[in-house]
Design a protein around this ligand. Structure first.
Ligand code: GLP
Length: 240
């Protein structure tokens, strides 16, 4: 794991954008893995600015990490909408090449299997962006998730629902269930880039970087990844 400690979330965004720009220039039809949450927002701003200056995403495709179950299509907090609003609508990725798990599917296990198949059909993910939850979750793989898991339905722990309630009018609106890529799915990406900022992430960063690899801290599985880059600010790195 390569750990890079930076001075600001803007710098984190710039360095992550460099990695994506290099990938897209080398491989114009790259497959990007996209994350939601606040951590990637400066990166998405930076990529939108680079697109204005000519960075071309027309042959790229993208897969979201996860999705709430049961939010109606078009709900502003469904991750499909968040990804569109924050990133893909601001660059020239073809809308039909932007994929996310279907949280409204009548048959959720079949939708999960179809999502794994779609990633495989696209040739796998070249660069997977990640944030980390305060409890060490990545995507929505909460503590206790199997380190080999694939895309499936999961329940959110109360801490994550509370953390994410800021995006909803009230806590009761935060769904209890989600579809998430599994830890095994994430580990299959060729490069993973995790972004974390702020003191509230310091313990999680310490646990997954320096602690044992264990399901209790899902992000710790990245210690086994052959090409994992962790970009953190000084506050998030303060317990290392
Ligand atoms: C949610 C998402 C994760 C994200 C996490 C942290 O739980 N499912 O993918 O990493 O939030 O979000 P933030 O970056 O806002 O701290």
């Amino acid at each position: 794991m390569e750990i890079v400690i930076l001075g600001s979330s803007r710098q984190i965004g710039e360095l992550a954008a460099d990695a994506i720009e290099q990938l897209i220039r080398r491989k114009p039809d790259a497959v990007l893995g996209l994350a939601t949450g606040s951590s990637p927002l400066p990166l998405y701003d930076e990529l939108a600015a680079r697109h204005e200056r000519g960075l071309d995403f027309s042959r790229a495709s993208a897969f979201a990490l996860d999705e709430y179950v049961g939010l109606p299509a078009g709900h502003p907090e469904s991750y499909r909408e968040v990804i569109r609003r924050e990133f893909t609508n601001r660059v020239n990725i073809a809308p039909e090449n932007v994929h996310g798990p279907d949280g409204t599917a009548p048959d959720i296990p079949a939708a999960c299997e179809a999502y794994e198949q779609a990633i495989a059909d696209a040739g796998g993910i070249d660069l997977q962006l990640l944030g980390v939850g305060t409890d060490g979750h990545i995507a929505f793989n909460e503590p206790g998730s199997s380190l080999a898991s694939r895309t499936r339905i999961k329940s959110l722990v109360e801490q994550t629902r509370r953390d994410n309630a800021r995006f909803f009018k009230r806590l009761a609106e935060v769904p209890h269930h989600v579809i998430t890529q599994g830890l095994g799915t994430i580990m299959a990406a060729r490069h993973v880039v995790l972004l974390a900022k702020g003191a509230q992430k310091a313990q999680a960063v310490r646990d997954f970087v320096e602690g044992p690899v264990a399901a209790i801290c899902p992000a710790s599985v990245l210690q086994f990844h052959p090409h994992a880059t962790v970009l953190v600010d000084e506050a998030a790195a303060s317990a290392l």
